[in-house]
Design a protein around this ligand. Sequence first.
Ligand code: CA
Length: 222
Amino acid sequence: MRLLLVEDNVPLADELLAGLQRQGYAVDWLADGRDAAYQGCSEPYDLIILDLGLPGLPGLEVLAQWRAAALAIPVLILTARDSWAERIEGLKAGADDYLSKPFHPEELYLRIQALLRRSHGHANQPTLQAAGLHLDEGRQCVLRDGAEIQLTAAEFRLLRYFMLHPEQILSKSHLAEHLYDGETERDSNVLEVHVNHLRRKLGRSVIETRRGQGYRFGAAPA
Ligand code: CA
């Protein structure tokens, strides 16, 4: 999953970037509200974390512009401590969730996981489940019939994307856009290698190849 982090406090942004990357997210970082207003609409993000106090353009304005442009992806706002007025204005402007500073990174991670499940129609699940698999996002492993299957960081990122989009045909370029940040070179051969590793661990039929179209997860009988 690819996230946009909009935060002008550099030490906090650095800490969040590192933490989110450890959680297996591809993250682009911006500090300026004007840049965020533009880039949020032009890149295919899965979720946006938006600070409200920003140079260039206030976060509330940025959010209002995104929603006016029909950008429907989940937005979690970061608000000043105890500012109920900011939280209310943010929710009115179309935020899906908020966190008040200071917060524990773990709370941010759990809220992101829940928002992503909810926005992909998995709202009823306390953990991500699809095709008989349970993904443990905290420990980055997968469970099937109670047995734990270990994953590399790259396999975990790819499997999470597949499990949030079961039975959809996903092209390699689409997958690359959502698994790598804007700075990383995208190599579809690497994706193919990870798909094959996942098949070796989970069974060939878990990921189907659609020639000329891409991959489809969780469609064929196991
Ligand atoms: Ca700020």
